[in-house]
Ligand binder design. Structure first.
Ligand code: IPE
Ligand code: IPE
Ligand code: MG
Length: 240
């Protein structure tokens, strides 16, 4: 975990539940999809801010396993935005030395989106700066269920011995295998819940909720979150 010039501890891994795109649009009398469009611009800006701040991992919740419940118009618009932003992200990642990873079950997406995701990961995997993780068709319970399925099949095939399963073993079967757990979780738009995000990984993460709607999130908001994080005392179950 690094410190910047002002002596502030920079969290190594920041996770974000970007929320409030719909409300941002409604406030302006615009369709919800305009909020998502603006939200994508904010994601791009946040990637650059995080890289500049010295954050090593940034994990954003782009689309949950429950978001399929929304209208077909809204889901369709979100898929179109993914298509568009995946291409832009490839350029941004390449020019900012950013490695992009996707977590979640990508198999439910159309073939061209899956190919786009694979390409983004493939072409940025040797970048050494910020690791930008996007959770798409992601649900913490779904991730754990998929992990349990693979653990069970490895046990049945004799590749894994059930008595030897440790917490590290479980972590290594999750989509986030190899990544550190988030230090700070930011949720925008005031809702105080996890909405099925990173259920295993957030066990000891500091949670910061702001009323700011996601499209309005900016450098000042990120700095406020990091300042709040610096005021927390992390005990991890121990005594200080
Ligand atoms: C977050 O904004 C983006 C996604 C969940 C895809 P919302 O669309 O949830 O915005 P609100 O919560 O309705 O304002
Ligand atoms: C969480 O936001 C999912 C994403 C940010 C992708 P939601 O807007 O879907 O969460 P709820 O419905 O308010 O819990
Ligand atoms: Mg929401």
């Amino acid at each position: 975990m690094g410190e910047n010039q002002s002596g502030m501890v920079i969290p190594k891994h920041v996770a974000i539940i970007l929320d409030g795109n719909g409300r941002w649009a409604k406030k302006r009398g615009l369709p919800r999809t305009m909020g998502h469009k603006e939200g994508c611009v904010t994601v791009e800006k946040t990637v650059e801010l995080a890289a500049r701040a010295g954050i090593e991992y940034l994990t954003v919740y782009g689309f949950s396993t429950e978001n399929w419940k929304r209208s077909s118009e809204e889901v369709g618009a979100l898929m179109q935005l993914f298509r568009y932003y995946m291409v832009r992200l490839l350029k941004i990642a390449s020019s900012n030395n950013v490695r992009v990873c996707m977590i979640g079950d990508r198999t439910r997406f159309d073939a061209d989106i899956i190919e786009g995701i694979n390409r983004l990961e493939r072409e940025t995997k040797t970048n050494t700066g910020l690791t930008f993780v996007i959770a798409v068709n992601y649900g913490g319970r779904d991730e754990l269920t998929r992990a349990v399925r693979r653990i069970a099949s490895d046990c049945a095939a004799g590749r894994l011995c059930s008595e030897e399963i440790k917490e590290e073993t479980v972590a290594s079967y999750l989509d986030t295998a190899g990544m550190p757990d988030p230090d700070l979780l930011i949720r925008t738009s005031g809702e105080i819940r996890l909405s099925n995000y990173l259920l295993w990984q957030l066990a000891y993460t500091e949670i910061y909720v702001t009323d700011c709607l996601w499209p309005d999130f900016n450098q000042e908001e990120l700095e406020k979150a990091i300042l709040a994080y610096n005021k927390r005392e992390r005990r991890f179950g121990g005594v200080k």
